[in-house]
Design a protein around this ligand. Structure first.
Ligand SMILES: [Zn+2]
Length: 305
């Protein structure tokens, strides 16, 4: 069933598990994610970026997700990294149950003002709002302590931001980055910072850029022609630690992309004579579902539907 994010995420934080948020922009990804959620009996967040909406159309995506959510699994239909009000209006009108306003690159006052506008718009539809404070980029890119403090989420500022905006959940920057190249050296998150944020902010916290960039998937992709040389993801132990300290939603996109495209590469390579697209896409769906199930176990959402 389609549900708003707030209740599910508050429960997840209280019970110390996290709900996975997977990005989709096509039917096959949605099928993989739902197969995984049903098998694992896990609540799931299906999210689309503005780019996904440009690619597939918001009506198409909303209709697909609504059908996918017609069973018993709680499904949150979420706008990921919304920046432009026209996407919020379109998504909410199409039945999205949750939206994220990413004002993290704006000055504080502008981020607050825009987040408040989106909160009041979302309330009209009974939808939840995720906001962000601090910039999400790799911790190894930041050399000095002062530099880290300038971009990573400041605990006191996070507490003030939540008060000022009335958002329902908060994305925090503790050292993760988007994409396959998250770290240059040691992979680690700033868990001490997260603990301080969690003491001051009682809302569900959100971790972006949390893919593990599994070595076997990298190998598979590279065997079939991809060049991903220095890709490096977040350690499972760090994710588990973050979930213990207030993180209730974890965004994973790169790992699923990696699985899907590795599956397609292998299928095309193994069956050069095949011209039925379904035969080339089915192995990719299976591989993506396998990775999604692994994430549900890691986050502790398996069995929590
Ligand atoms: Zn993100």
């Amino acid at each position: 069933m389609l549900v708003a994010a707030k209740k599910i995420l508050v429960r997840a934080r209280a019970k110390k598990y996290a709900v996975p948020a997977f990005n989709i922009n096509h039917l096959e990804a949605l099928k993989a994610i739902m197969a995984a959620a049903e098998k694992m009996k896990s609540p799931v967040i299906v999210q689309t970026t503005e780019g996904a909406i440009d690619y597939a159309g918001v009506e198409y995506l909303a209709a697909l997700i609504r059908v996918a959510a017609s069973g018993k699994i709680p499904v949150i239909m979420h706008l990921d990294h919304g920046k432009n009000l026209k996407y919020f209006q379109a998504a909410l009108a199409c039945g999205y149950t949750s939206v994220m306003l990413d004002g993290s690159l704006l000055p504080y006052a502008k981020n607050v003002a825009l987040t408040k506008t989106v909160v009041s718009l979302a309330r009209k539809y009974g939808a939840s709002v995720e906001a962000e404070i601090g910039a999400i980029k790799g911790i190894e890119d930041l050399v000095s302590v002062a530099e880290k403090d300038a971009v990573l989420t400041k605990p006191e500022e996070a507490a003030r931001f939540v008060q000022d905006t009335g958002c329902d959940s908060l994305a925090v920057a503790i050292g993760t980055a988007h994409g396959a190249y998250k770290f240059k050296g040691e992979t680690h998150l700033d868990i001490e910072r997260l603990k301080k944020i969690a003491q001051l902010v009682k809302l569900p916290l959100v971790l972006h850029g949390a893919s593990g960039v599994r070595a076997d998937l990298l190998k598979l992709a590279e065997r079939h022609g991809a060049k991903l040389g220095h890709a490096r993801g977040v350690l499972d132990a760090d994710i588990k630690n973050a979930v213990k300290h207030g993180v209730a939603k974890v965004n994973i996109d790169t790992d699923l992309r990696l699985a899907f495209t590795a599956g397609v590469r292998q299928a095309v390579d193994d069956q050069p004579q095949v011209i039925d697209p379904r035969k080339l896409l089915e192995p990719a769906i299976h591989l993506m579902a396998e990775v999604a199930m692994q994430k549900m176990k890691l986050l502790g959402s398996a069995g929590q539907k």
